[in-house]
Design a protein around this ligand. Structure first.
Ligand code: GDP
Ligand code: CA
Length: 315
């Protein structure tokens, strides 16, 4: 069996650990198609927060407390950059993490596409699933905001980390999405999948930019594989992060039903055949979508694998 997962960073990484455990039990192969909209170049380095969150987490190198970045991290490079007054100072750039960005940037500058670079980095981390960036091309999430009385677009990272999403926010723009081609393997894996799972990742800034890559939404919506999503919202709240602020910008209610409705039914222009919600969210009805309930707290790999099983049983 072949399972494809659309994923963002931390929520995607935790979910993928459960998918990997489930897949080991049934002899399935897993491909993760990961968001690159958060990617940014800082201090000359190409940083891919979501790919790295997934790679470190599945490879056993992630910081369990922080959720992002490396375990046993130190911050000498960051403080030395600050001592030079080198902007931006709001981005957390750990010393161990810098090595990843150096290798990645060197390979990109030598002409390797991001997908090949990711594969090379995974030779060290052995995540146990195939990690594909949604695209090798430039795709960046920008956020249209009011800052200092002026309307402008800032990079998603600046909105998220520097401003904590705390600005009048008008919309999200996936710069480059129209021209971006799916990375090699993305469309083939979706077309050859037995099931496509949408991780409980941020629907607005993690999953939407993956679907925005030309042809990806069409492949998911029009493919033969059933598509099941898992809600990132439990009891009307995002488990962590600021999905509530992102959803509010789109005027989508921050509920399991709201996010399911945003993805929509495959029969009606959307992408879902199944939608898994937490029992805390009660009776969610989505026309044309089979809705199931199971505990959605990804407390550990086994709990998450049980969640994956419940998602698989929906279709
Ligand atoms: P990011 O790119 O690092 O922000 O991570 P993702 O977009 O992949 O995931 C963020 C989303 O994961 C948030 O909207 C959270 O609500 C969701 N999330 C985090 N932990 C859990 C969990 O234990 N269960 C569920 N259902 N969702 C979770
Ligand atoms: Ca992210």
């Amino acid at each position: 069996m072949r399972i494809v997962v659309l994923a963002g960073g931390i929520g995607g990484a935790r979910f993928l650990a459960g998918v990997r455990a489930y897949a080991a039990g049934v002899g399935a192969e897993v491909t993760a198609v990961v968001n690159v909209g958060d990617d940014i170049r800082l201090h000359g380095l190409r940083i891919c927060p979501d790919l790295d969150s997934v790679m470190y987490h599945l490879g056993g190198g992630a910081d369990p407390e922080r959720g992002w970045g490396r375990a046993d991290e130190t911050w000498t490079v960051k403080s030395e950059l600050a001592a030079y007054g080198a902007e931006p100072t709001w981005f957390g750039l750990g010393d161990r993490d810098v090595a990843t960005h150096l290798v990645r940037t060197t390979m990109l500058d030598a002409g390797y596409p991001l997908s090949a670079v990711t594969e090379a980095l995974c030779e060290r981390w052995r995540p146990g699933v195939r990690l594909l960036p949604a695209t090798d091309d430039r795709l960046e999430t920008h956020v249209v905001v009011d800052v200092d009385g002026e309307r402008r677009a800032v990079h998603f990272q600046e909105w998220w980390i520097r401003y904590r999403g705390d600005l009048p926010t008008h919309r999200f723009v996936f710069v480059g999405a129209d021209a971006a081609k799916p990375a090699p393997g993305v469309l083939d894996s979706i077309e050859g999948a037995d099931v496509v799972l949408v991780a409980p990742s941020n629907p607005v800034v993690s999953i939407a930019p993956v679907l925005a890559v030309a042809g990806v939404r069409e492949a998911v919506a029009g493919g033969s594989a059933p598509v099941v999503g898992v809600s990132p919202i439990i009891g009307g709240r995002p488990v962590r992060g600021m999905a509530d602020k992102c959803l509010a910008t789109l005027e989508v209610p921050c509920t399991a039903a709201g996010v399911g409705g945003m993805y929509g039914s495959r029969g009606d222009g959307g992408i879902l055949d199944g939608w898994l919600v937490d029992p805390a969210d009660g009776d969610v009805a989505l026309p044309g979508v089979r809705v199931g309930a199971a505990p959605l707290w990804m407390t550990d790999e086994m709990a998450t694998a049980a969640m994956v099983r419940a998602a698989m049983e929906l279709v």
